[in-house]
Design a binder for this molecule. Structure first.
Ligand code: PLP
Length: 861
């Protein structure tokens, strides 16, 4: 965001006029400094625009907006609070009003509008154009970063509010997010000059294919006036072909194809700047430089020079302006990283296209003593192209990089693809959180001045936070995107789902560290990630646990173990339960450790291992009083005697499991005693084990003398209590939140039935909200249901029956509940919290069942 001096550019009367608005009450302020669409970003004397968003209706924020400094409100419903001293404008549709105002403002000042579109490079191109035109004119840059990326039209109106009359040139970036949107944008801004940078996979969630986004870009070119200019990228066929559909003059720019009006060649892609020669007709300009990194950014330079030509800026003057231009934050911005490495910040956003260019630049520096490192976060807004896009990036990364570090579930696909295309698993590091990515780079990669680290990711992945932690110079923080307290509090990405689970990997990392501190250096942590990581995702939890102190993982079955291996996890994995003989060969081949507790099985496992010519690693389980799986304690010594005769079994460990460690410490002490009575004589008889283990979470929290040299925490990793008697210490953090959204709100008169079977009748006038979640998602129906959920930080009781995928809640006591409001089923909202423990009480089970039965098909973030 720019923090320029605030000018009062919006006049109340223009607004009433343009938007066909009505004053509500007396007018107070008559001039405003800007429009504000999000109270987080409000500045003094702005007019707050209330509207319906996917996240709910922001009319509810009006009072807060005033409290934070707004002096006006643009809304559809009059406020129900005292509006003395505030100007309130009522319109039929606030978004349409903003757009009318935008075209009104442009028609009033009549500047020359230069519109930039394309799938990447728009903002840099706009900035370059401003630099070049700025040598002769007063230029307004309306293409600055905006945070309204769910709607570029509104962003446009917000930007134009800062236009002043003496600015005769206006540069805007136009992005169509759906078919037909460019037409609307063009009608509003009436550009004279149009620039098309690239077309390709971009923020294309709403497009079915590249053709549609290409078509949207061509709409801009078609609508230019006969005395206007189209600047086209000559190297891209689809863009070059647009010349045939515009009445305007065209200027083409290129790097690889002769025949363009302006051409850059002899390109030198340096580490901190880019060199080039320029040719225009017979004229040549040799040895020019720009701090914009990467060949692809030269298109921005060329487009800006072309626009300059058209507006009578001499080429030499334009070139000088470009040479003095600085890189924009988050766009291939070369910074000094820790230990003096070259840290290239490209975190503003990522599409497969822009990532392709960034990697192309990185690849050009590979070799000659330089190590190229790519740190990548999830690309967002790719819709169904996501998987393909991430794999493509991974494929290219295998060529371009020595090391790849990924953050997040989608980016892990790139990491896997990089391995598939030839990188060694050791040079690809997959993480699920910023903390782990940062830590890995700082502590294990240990950058040197010979490293070039490129950091990139989609907006929601917030990779700028990774860059911040890798800076060498504190002051450079101000050169990053999306910094400051407000940004830290904002999460991005509209949920595409009706119900989903959010996993806080930071919380898991934190919990593992606490456990490690508790058990000490000499005790190995084997993180238990069975049942899909207790509903938290086994792969993500496993990767996070291993990055934060765990050395091994445990699961319940071989298929769970294989899921971890298939995700690239190489740490030891123990299957805690039964493995059929038929699956043993798989276990051997994927290096998975099995549990043994029966002599017949031991013989059969041994046979398979011999046939494979490879020893099978096993841990022997002793039943010390749980009465479940295991060799009975008094049969243990003969069992081991026989076992030792089987030469294809490598007995690495011996363990037991406590049945009462969360309730009865005396009984557990007895079990511990029984276990020692097995282990000690075994040792005395010369049996030696690498690992001896017994403790689950409850025992870790209560019985330090039961650690032996390995512990198996499960529930504590996730920040949940083993039981009422053994609550999790306060410093642990719960990691799971289960959410949905309000799908409908209706007012029902007294005596109305609600839901299947009419088990509930309203008692008075009630507001009933429908949430799109039901027993098919694990939101239990019978014999007891959840009882309540959270809406707007308050408890809302469930009324009527829970259906297969819908539930009704009473929100009469919670004001302003609207469609799209977030609902929390499990976890915190504001100060209020629904713990798995509280739900378990309602359902008549334990918190383990609550978190593990939330279905695995639920999307996770
Ligand atoms: C599930 C399990 C654990 C983990 O138990 P928590 O109570 O979740 O810590 C440990 N060991 C075995 C054998 C298990 O089956």
């Amino acid at each position: 965001m720019t923090s320029a001096i605030l000018l009062f550019m919006i006049s109340l009367y223009d607004l009433l006029d343009a938007a066909n608005g009505q004053l509500f009450g007396e007018a107070a302020a008559r001039l405003f400094t800007g429009f504000c669409l999000d109270i987080h970003f409000i500045r003094p004397d702005e007019i707050f625009v209330a509207r319906r968003t996917e996240r709910g209706d922001t009319h509810q924020h009006m009072q807060e907006a005033i409290a934070r400094g707004a002096t006006g409100l643009l809304c559809t419903n009059p406020p129900d609070f005292d509006t003395e001293g505030i100007t309130v404008v009522i319109v039929k549709d606030t978004e349409a009003s903003l757009l009318s105002w935008a075209s009104y403002a442009l028609s009033k000042f009549k500047p020359t509008v230069i519109a930039v579109t394309g799938s990447s490079g728009k903002t840099v191109t706009a900035e370059a154009i401003c630099r070049v035109l700025g040598t002769r004119f007063s230029v307004f840059n309306g293409a600055q970063d905006d945070y309204y990326f769910s709607d570029s039209r509104l962003g446009l109106a917000v930007a134009l509010a800062h236009l002043s009359p003496e600015q005769k040139m206006v540069v805007l970036s136009l992005e169509a997010r759906q078919v037909g949107e460019m037409e609307v944008l063009v009608q509003i801004v009436q550009p004279k000059i149009g620039v098309v940078t690239h077309v390709g996979y971009g923020g294309m969630a709403a497009f079915e294919n590249v053709d549609q986004s290409t078509h949207e870009a061509s709409v801009l070119v078609e609508h230019l006036p006969g005395d206007g200019l189209a600047v086209l990228n000559y190297d891209r066929d689809e863009v070059r072909d647009m010349a045939s559909c515009t009445p305007a003059r065209t200027l083409t720019v290129a790097m690889s194809n002769f025949g363009a009006d302006l051409m850059a060649y002899n390109i030198v892609a340096g580490l901190t700047q880019t060199g080039f020669d320029l040719r225009q007709g017979a004229e040549r300009y040799v040895g020019r430089w720009t701090p914009l990194l990467g060949k692809h950014q030269l298109y921005s330079v060329l487009a800006a020079l072309a626009v300059g030509q058209f507006c009578d800026v001499p080429l030499d003057g334009g070139l000088k302006a470009i040479t003095n231009m600085e890189s924009l934050p988050g766009r291939m911005n070369s910074l000094v990283g820790i230990n003096g490495c070259v840290l290239v910040d490209d975190t503003y956003d990522a599409t497969p296209q822009s990532t392709h260019y960034a990697l192309e630049w990185l690849q050009s520096h590979r070799g000659s003593g330089i190590r190229t490192v790519f740190v990548m976060g999830d690309m967002d807004r790719l819709g169904e192209h996501s998987r393909h896009g991430h794999r493509l990036v991974g494929q290219q990364a295998a060529e371009a990089c020595d090391i790849v570090v990924t953050q997040g579930a989608e980016a892990s696909l790139s990491g896997r693809a990089a391995i598939d295309y030839g990188m060694t698993p050791g040079s690809v590091h997959i993480t699920y959180s910023a903390t782990d990515a940062i830590q890995w780079v700082r502590e294990l990669l240990r950058p040197t001045p010979n490293d070039v680290i490129l950091v990139k990711g989609g907006r929601s992945s917030r990779m700028e936070n990774v860059v911040r932690e890798l800076l060498n110079i504190d002051g450079d923080q101000s050169r990053l995107v999306r910094q400051g307290a407000v940004w830290q509090s904002i999460s991005h990405g509209q949920p595409m789902y009706t119900t989903w689970v959010e996993i806080d990997q930071k919380a898991i990392a934190h919990n593992v560290r606490l456990l490690k501190a508790m058990v000490g250096e000499d005790v190995t942590i084997m993180a238990v990630v069975k049942a899909d990581g207790y509903g938290h995702g086994a792969v993500g939890t496993g990767i996070t646990a291993l990055a934060n102190g765990a050395k091994a993982l445990a699961v319940a079955s071989l298929d769970e173990a294989l899921e971890l291996r298939n995700a690239g996890i190489e740490a030891p994995v123990l299957v805690l339960s039964y493995t059929p003989v038929a699956a043993v060969r798989q276990a051997l081949r994927r290096n998975i450790t099995l549990t043994l507790y029966d002599m017949d099985l031991a013989y059969l496992y041994n046979q398979v291992a011999r046939a494979e010519g490879q020893a099978l690693t096993v841990h022997v389980k002793i039943d010390t009083g749980m009465g479940r799986m295991g060799v009975l304690a008094n049969e243990a010594i003969p069992f081991f005697r026989q076992l030792m005769k089987l030469d294809y079994l490598n007995v690495e460990g011996v363990f037991t499991h406590f049945s009462m460690s969360d309730e009865d410490l005396d009984y557990t002490a007895q079990q511990l005693h029984n276990f020692k009575m097995v282990v000690n004589p075994l040792r005395a008889n010369g049996f030696d084990f690498k690992y001896v283990h017994a403790s689950n979470s409850a025992a870790i929290l209560t019985m330090p003398d039961a650690y032996f040299n390995l512990v198996r925490p499960g529930i504590a990793l996730y920040g949940q209590s083993p039981s009422e008697t053994v609550p999790i210490p306060l410093e642990f953090k719960p990691a799971i939140t289960w959410k949905t959204v309000v799908a409908q709100v209706k007012a029902l008169p007294p005596g109305s039935p609600v839901g299947y079977g009419q088990t509930y009748y309203t008692e008075e006038h009630e507001q009933i909200a429908v949430i799109p979640v039901g027993y098919s998602h694990g939101f239990r129906r019978k014999p007891q249901h959840w009882q309540q959920v959270l809406v707007r930080g308050q408890f809302a009781p469930i009324v009527g029956r829970v259906s297969m995928e819908k539930t009704t809640i009473n929100v009469t006591h919670i004001p302003d509940v609207t469609i799209g409001d977030e609902v929390v089923l499990l976890g915190k909202q504001g100060e209020a919290e629904i713990t798995p423990y509280a739900v378990a009480e309602q359902l008549g089970t334990n918190n383990y069942e609550v978190i593990t039965t939330i279905l695995a098909r639920m999307p996770r973030h």
